[in-house]
Write a protein that binds this ligand. Structure first.
Ligand code: NAG
Ligand code: NAG
Length: 299
């Protein structure tokens, strides 16, 4: 009797829920990840999150670390970590998170001084990241007491070594530390290939730009699609995002017009069960070009 009653109630509760989640999953199969932090004229973090366009925000960059250097964050004109003015973003980070947006710290970038000289160095950097930006404690937290959701590896220069160890040390603190990476589309990525092989990465936003062999060019989607298929079928990671410039000026090459993306590319790559969405470089260019607005209904 109790059982019948329970299942009766359950079906009433479940039906609207199932209906609702079906609607949500068909209209939003994937998300949009955005890089924020490298242009003081791109607006605040809170403004980015308030658009409702993004599911993941990478704060860019911590671009000095490792090799016994004092780690340094660079957020362009937004604030100055040296005078502690970046702590103003702490409530904004929490506000983004309260909207369900994951906020990660991106380490590396195209300009900087970083490398991991040894396993011990990787361990030290992992403990710095945990204590300074994640669930640990430190008297010096440049983004204040907000606890970020994870660390994004955008390693593009310096030594290729020990990033696999950094990933293992970070994930060992807590399974809830998300790890993401932004490799270039040629496989394997010179800097991140070994780290990705750990299978510890939750999100991989592959840069399908500035890489002619595997990007969109002159109306031809074939190199991009075959590279996407190789990534999603051979690299062990949670979800893959198609990394694109948000405007032609955002990269040297590889810009995909929004209508080509929504009508030709997304319908093909969304067939992969590993599809997670689209990553855009960057918030600044997205503000200029309105790219995310043009694609958000199709991701
Ligand atoms: C790692 O940290 C320890 C403790 O702070 C320090 O003694 C050691 O020199 C550091 N190693 C590297 C490679 O930076
Ligand atoms: C697109 O590019 C592929 C690979 O480079 C090539 O084989 C194919 O012929 C191209 N398709 C068109 C329509 O140009």
């Amino acid at each position: 009797m109790g059982k019948t009653k329970t299942s009766h109630h359950a079906s009433h509760l479940l039906l609207p829920l199932l209906f609702f989640s079906t609607l949500v999953s068909t209209s939003h199969g994937g998300g949009i990840a955005i890089y924020w932090g490298q242009n003081g004229n791109e607006g605040t973090l809170a403004e980015a999150c308030a658009t409702g366009k993004y599911t993941h925000v990478n704060i860019a960059f911590l671009n000095t670390f490792g090799n016994s250097q004092t780690p340094q964050m660079n957020l362009a004109g937004h604030c100055n970590p040296a005078t502690n003015s970046c702590t103003k973003f702490s409530p904004e980070i929490k506000d983004c998170q309260s909207k369900g947006i994951k906020v990660l710290l991106s380490i590396g970038g195209g300009v900087g001084s970083y490398s991991l000289s040894s396993v011990e160095d990787a361990r030290n950097v992992s403990s710095f990241l945990w204590n300074t930006f994640l669930g640990g404690k430190s008297s010096s937290r440049p983004l204040g007491d907000a606890v970020l959701d994870g660390i994004d590896f955008d390693i593009e220069l310096g030594s290729t070594q020990n990033y696999d160890h950094l990933a293992r040390f970070l994930k060992a603190y807590s399974k809830r530390v998300y790890l993401s990476a932004a490799p270039q589309c040629p496989i394997p990525d010179r800097f991140l290939g070994t780290a990705l092989d750990t299978a510890l990465f939750d999100f991989v936003w592959v840069q399908f730009y500035n890489n002619p062999p595997c990007q969109y060019a002159n109306g031809n989607i074939s190199n991009l699609v075959s590279s996407w298929n190789r990534w999603t079928s051979t690299v062990p990671a949670g979800k893959f995002f198609l990394g694109l410039p948000a405007a032609p000026a955002a990269a040297g090459s590889g810009f995909v017009p929004a209508d080509v993306l929504t009508s030709q590319i997304l319908p093909v790559i969304k067939k992969s069960p590993k599809y997670g969405g689209v990553m855009l470089w960057s918030r600044f260019y997205d503000v200029q070009n309105g790219y995310s607005s043009s694609i958000v209904g199709s991701v």
